[in-house]
Design a protein around this ligand. Structure first.
Ligand code: CP
Length: 320
């Protein structure tokens, strides 16, 4: 049984295949509109979400399948004390594939150990968010035309931001990427990412506190929100939440083809005055998220032996 729990559960070849398939879906949506006829996706969200849950559900509907699930732990039997393992065993009797978000790091991994159907991690605590990473990679590829040879600045809450951790792991496998990590000292990237990913692979990186001083070097700027829900202390959140606010003035020295990404939701960290700048990619990024989740679900369903309702030439486009 193939699951996606961490962004490195997929090889670079598999990721490239999924991104290529997503692009084919974008170019030829009609051909995929019945691909998952008779299939069901369960979305088990123990933590709030707008984009991830709704894009998964929309993705399955656009593939001709159906969806079921819950959007908060309060509306599930978790409130009666049911374990993640038991919930997963039960739901895998009802659905062909499961997307799970959970505040506890490792919960989707636990689910994958007992599930009879593929599990996709839709975000676990401050740990990982692999489908956001696929979304980010597809966005960089579509905006820049490549996934290698660029400098990326990651800015904001790099400590608790699971999208940042997943993206660094994924991009570290492509050629000639330089990381500039822009964060106050309290919100720096966790030490294990520095030592086990960047230093272990000899990947160039810098840690800085000022966005302005590095802006002119960046090809991609990945903004993130300060993750209020992961703070133990309200006063620390209030002190750090507005450390970075990207506005027109801060973009003065930026490259004309800079790509500005944000996994969203945004709070204050990008001024709305940037939204109409052609370099602002974050709403296009949202759309890419739906297509890449369609591609991922097709890939996992095929890998796990499901019969898909597709022509032979489209079936051949799904990565093995
Ligand atoms: N990017 C993201 O994970 O958004 P949601 O929390 O709304 O799903």
């Amino acid at each position: 049984m193939k699951h996606v729990i961490d962004s490195t559960d997929l090889t670079v070849e598999e990721i490239d295949g999924i991104l290529k398939l997503a692009q084919d879906i974008i170019d030829d949506k009609e051909a995929y509109s019945e691909a998952c006829k008779g299939k069901k996706l369960a979305t088990l969200f123990f933590e709030p979400s707008t984009r991830t849950r709704l894009s998964f559900e929309s993705a399955m509907m656009e593939l001709g399948g159906n969806v079921l699930g819950f959007s908060s732990a309060d509306s599930s039997s978790a409130t009666k004390g049911e374990s993640v393992g038991d919930t997963t065993r039960v739901v895998s009797c009802y659905a062909d594939i499961i997307a799970m978000r959970h505040p506890k790091e490792g919960a989707p991994m636990r689910a994958s150990m007992v599930s009879g159907v593929p599990i996709i991690n839709a975000g676990d605590g401050g740990h990982n968010h692999p489908t956001q990473t696929l979304t980010d990679l597809l966005t960089i590829l579509r905006e820049k035309g490549r996934l290698d040879n660029f400098t990326i600045g990651l800015c904001g809450d790099l400590k608790f931001g699971r999208t940042v951790h997943s993206l660094i792991k994924a991009l570290s496998r492509y050629e000639n990427i330089k990381f500039i990590l822009i964060a106050p000292k309290e919100l720096r990237v966790p030490e294990y990412i520095i030592s086990e990913v960047l230093e272990a692979k000899n990947i160039p990186y810098e840690e800085v506190e000022s966005m302005e001083e590095v802006m002119s070097e960046l090809d991609v700027l990945y903004m993130t929100r300060v993750q209020k829900e992961r703070f133990f202390n309200e006063a620390d959140y209030v002190r750090l939440k507005d450390t970075y606010i990207l506005d027109g003035k801060k973009l003065k020295n930026a490259k004309s083809d800079l790509a500005i990404l944000h996994p969203l939701p945004r709070v204050n960290e990008i001024s709305v005055e940037i939204d109409d700048d052609p370099r602002a990619c974050y709403f296009r990024q949202v759309m890419n998220g739906k297509f890449v989740r369609m591609a991922l679900m097709l890939t996992l369903l095929k890998a796990n032996g499901a019969k898909l309702n597709l022509s032979a030439d489209k079936l051949a486009k799904i990565p093995e």
